[in-house]
Design a protein around this ligand. Sequence first.
Ligand SMILES: [Zn+2]
Length: 278
Amino acid sequence: MKHRILWAAAAAVLGAGVIAAPFSLSAAEAPAPFQKSPPGEYAALREQLAARFGGRTPKEWGETVTGVKTRLAGGGMAIALTFDACGSPRGKGFDATLIGFLERERIPATLFVSGLWIEANPELFRRLASNPLFEIANHGHRHRPASVSGQKAYGIQGTRDVGEVVDEIELNARRIEEVTGRRPAFYRSGTAHYDEVAVEIAAALGQRVAGYSLLGDAGATFSAQQVRDALLKARPGDIALLHMNHPESGTAAGVMAAIPELRRRGFRFVPLSDVAVE
Ligand SMILES: [Zn+2]
């Protein structure tokens, strides 16, 4: 049953003509997504999106291209804290102090997790995914900048074509769903760089692209004081970008210093899916 719903959702997301017809498998036959999806299904999806987007030449490149959501919509004193887990060679760590603080203080957050980080920390990932305080979001299969033409960001090679963008987004979305039972709603590429075609591909895969409006730790390079000062500049509706994979950084101490003051000012913390984004 779960599978029929997934297929219906995928068909709705992808639009008419992309998936011809849902496969009709009984519940007993229905395999889990990712590893055991119907033969050829993934390749067909990849080809269909390559045909749909392959002729496009992107005009934009950066963190705030057309379609990237950078703020929460609506009024109120909500802020979304988002923490990336990148999984790059020096980014496979886990900030237990930070996550422990969020858990103790009951502070909801959205965790953008890459496939590389999940592979390095499978048990931790399961534990985080089982905590309803945290929304699990998609930080890409291989943590690559999302480009249809091989653009780089910070020296990191981006995806080279539509098919690689699909791999980057969809393989990690399926992996996350396999563990959590829920398909992530938000995607942020490795380095948070995109062209606008890649953002449209994400939308075709049912992933909203989450940028940010508040740079919380500058790639986990800020001192605790800098993290605190950055967070205390928060305005209602901000999406703050920080990291949960650098325990040696100032991020945890800065967050722990800022949160009580933000609460005093009347802010509340929400996962991205609890609010609309714009
Ligand atoms: Zn990252």
